[in-house]
Ligand binder design. Structure first.
Ligand code: KMH
Ligand code: ZN
Length: 270
């Protein structure tokens, strides 16, 4: 089971949790502790010094350097960024090369209500981001906040913009998106094109329960402060690593072996 740690996100604030990593060094440290706890990959956003979200290549480069200086965890950059960002801003981390080149990049394949906001992904924009990911020679992770986004990946494959089989991430429990219900996960798994792999990411209180469900169903799991700040009811996780350690424990409890970054490379066909 591949555990991905969503370290930072674009929405979680230091007011909500003092354990959110913001600087490149904090991100590097958090990634290394997550690797020790069982994460094979990190899903990466970055922040300006004042904590606001950014997609600046320089900030990503600094964070990736700090991560790779400390450990061998795979790095998946966000092209979602924060709501309201335009395509060039969102695609900032795709311009990184050589030692700072990401291992994967996210590709959300549809628009979704996102709390009180809208995470805009009209089809021309999705195609453009898919083209840029492909041109950069990076493998996408298809982010699905709702069921139609799985079907949209099939169209992208028909248009030659992504390859199948691909890796999918089912992001469940965003207010306005598909809820974190077992039947929803069941339907998504059944909807996947042949030989595709998948990760489940539950928002808020759904996070750790979804890890168990994913483990039972043969999938992979994402945890971390981007999606959830609590280790148990009203108790803050003292960092991303605590959530990863709990995910690894629950996965092993269900009979799953926790993947190393090298295992993940072969499982994800990187
Ligand atoms: N911050 C959300 C609006 C991604 O990383 O690709 C989008 C997001 C998805 O987090
Ligand atoms: Zn993200």
């Amino acid at each position: 089971m591949i555990i991905t740690a969503a370290l930072v996100g674009a929405e979680t604030t230091r007011e909500q949790t003092p354990y959110l990593p913001i600087t490149a060094e904090e991100i590097g440290e958090s990634a290394a502790r997550c690797r020790e706890a069982g994460a094979a990959m990190v899903h990466l956003h970055v922040r300006n010094a004042d904590g606001t979200p950014s997609q600046a290549p320089g900030l990503f480069a600094a964070a990736i350097r700090e991560i790779r200086r400390r450990c061998d965890v795979l790095v998946q950059v966000s092209t979602g960024g924060a709501v309201g960002m335009d395509v060039d801003e969102r695609c900032g981390p795709l311009t990184l090369a050589a030692r700072e080149k990401p291992d994967m990049a996210t590709l959300t394949t549809g628009t979704v209500n996102f709390g009180e906001d809208v995470f805009w992904n009209p089809r021309p924009l999705v195609r453009e981001i898919a083209r840029r990911i492909r041109a950069a020679g990076i493998q996408p992770e298809i982010e699905c906040f709702d069921a139609a986004m799985v079907d949209e990946a099939r169209y992208l494959a028909q248009e030659g913009l992504i390859d199948l089989p691909a890796h999918f991430d089912f992001v469940l429990g965003v207010p306005g998106g598909l809820a974190a219900r077992p039947e929803a996960l069941e339907f998504l798994i059944a909807s996947l094109p042949e030989r595709c792999t998948w990760t489940a990411a539950g928002m808020g209180r759904h996070q750790l329960g979804l890890v168990e469900l994913a483990a039972i169903k043969g999938g992979n799991a994402r945890v971390g402060l981007e999606d959830n700040i609590f280790i148990s009811k009203s108790v803050l996780a003292k960092g991303n690593h605590e959530l990863v350690a709990e995910a690894a424990r629950r996965g092993r409890d269900k009979g799953r072996e926790v993947a190393t970054p090298q295992d993940a490379r072969s499982l994800l066909r990187l």
